[in-house]
Design a protein around this ligand. Sequence first.
Ligand code: DGT
Ligand code: CA
Ligand code: CA
Ligand code: ZN
Length: 576
Amino acid sequence: MKNSDIAEVFENIADLLELKGENKFKIRAYSRAAQVISHLRQEMELMHEEGTDFRDIEGIGDAIAKKSVELITTGKLKFYEDLKAEFPEGIINLLDVPGIGPKTAYRLSTELGVGSIEQLEQAIKDGRVATLERMGEKTAANILHAIGAFRRKDRRIPLGEALPAVEEVIAELAKVPGVRNLTAAGSLRRFKETVGDIDLMGTADDPETVIQVFVKLPQVRQVLSQGPTKASVILPKGLQADLRMVEHAEFGSLLQHFTGSKEHNVALRTRTQAQGLSLSEYGITDVKTGEIKKFADEHSFYRYLGLQYIPPEIREDMGEIGLAAKNAIPALVEIQNIRGDLHAHTTASDGMDSIEDMAKAAKALGYEYLAITDHSSGRMIPADKKLDRVKRQTAEIKRINSSSLGIYLLDGVEVDIKADGSLDLPDEVLAGLDIVIGSVHSSFLQDRAQMTRRIIGAIEDPNIDIIAHPTCRKIGEREPVDVDLEALFRAAAEHGKALEINAMPERLDLKDLHAYRARELGAMLSIGTDSHATNHLALMKFGIGVARRAWCQPGDILNTRSLKDVLHFLKKDKVA
Ligand code: DGT
Ligand code: CA
Ligand code: CA
Ligand code: ZN
């Protein structure tokens, strides 16, 4: 149980005791404990393991200390279960909505039989809530609004939305004189595909001025808390951001602690306990002498523990600590290793920019090559014009390749793998192209056997080079297709075909764990941006994040190779 879960139980107890009309001091003891627990620096679970007596914590007395231990050790609390049983079911759910107090929850529950947020929403929409005595339209509308806000808060934000918002905030804060080391730690720094909240860190000569600038940023919708060295705010879309500032000399431990993951930190702590050391966001304490060592950066932090530096993206307790102890962390792929983009669209299908403009933009990124891979059909291309389109594209690419632009365009296509597994262009057309990407763009709901046959069939087709966005998921929008990924990865490895890590932030497909497994099984991976405009080419960094989370080295990624080697992989050496 996390501290937030424990705090929630005590908060709920306070609410239920209030409903019962219990004495004020008892109620306040529970809600105070909830507050204290939610602000603890350490997980109570770990404190318990380390032998901490919760009664030593200010604001926690005998009874609540005992109840905390019961929650941590059993995951349940008899007192709470018994208390809940005295009330209509689901009343606690209603109390989760900001603005619904115990009395309102009790009335909604007993007078309308509402027991969940969904039922409440329904009851508001069909007018039942407004008809309750002393409620009215306005109160009902307010509750509905609160439900919406609550839902957004509950949602994890896609990395692609969070990262630009955070970069804006950092750029503003960086203007404050004397500020250094501004970094987003947490899941964002680890490049997780979605983030729960933003953990901003930094150092400054005068932290308080940075905090003051932070809470007054135009993006800030609400200030949740503010102190001399830290503050929490809500940014647009309900994104919560916490900022912590420390002295320059202490930054390493702070950043390391709040980068996480929790699992990595727990494993690290277990290891260092045996060395007589205790970790915190302030430094490393020698348990015997009580002396605390501080670190200005993470490199010195890890070095002190006898460990090689561990890149944030792989701090997930997947064996990285053991490898770091042996100086054996692999050199993960970096954006500088990328020599070209193998998935791009133009105005010939649903893209926004011409072939030439895409080529220039790729050249500006320093790329050696760019694959033009417009769709085979659909999306602006009438079926009877699809062969003409390919011919025109080939001519335009020839023209650009023989000009002095200084980037090589691969003449390609993103061909639909149709529901029956056949490809949407004739074999002889595909055979004439440099690069053929196969994609599922329809019939996403096929059963596992059918979908697996469909995609593996494409992998086996000699004209196919890469399978794009293999699971077709869109984060928060579309579930992945049902496919035997293990079989797909094995087939790709066997037939020497690449699987794409689609870098569009709403796709990230293959995702981290899948790419990890595909690599383990020996499949080649390629990172493609699936750009539909020149500025999308910069999305490559999201694909790099996934590849790093998948422990990929440059050799695992096709488009880190030179043009010559890519053409060799595509079996097009002789042509060029
Ligand atoms: P998120 O926000 O859900 O996407 O995930 P994170 O990883 O950003 O988690 P968050 O924001 O709760 O905390 C940031 C990091 O701080 C987390 O990865 C590990 C570290 N951390 C925070 N609180 C604790 C704690 O009580 N114990 C330990 N071991 N680590 C903590
Ligand atoms: Ca976070
Ligand atoms: Ca956080
Ligand atoms: Zn595409």
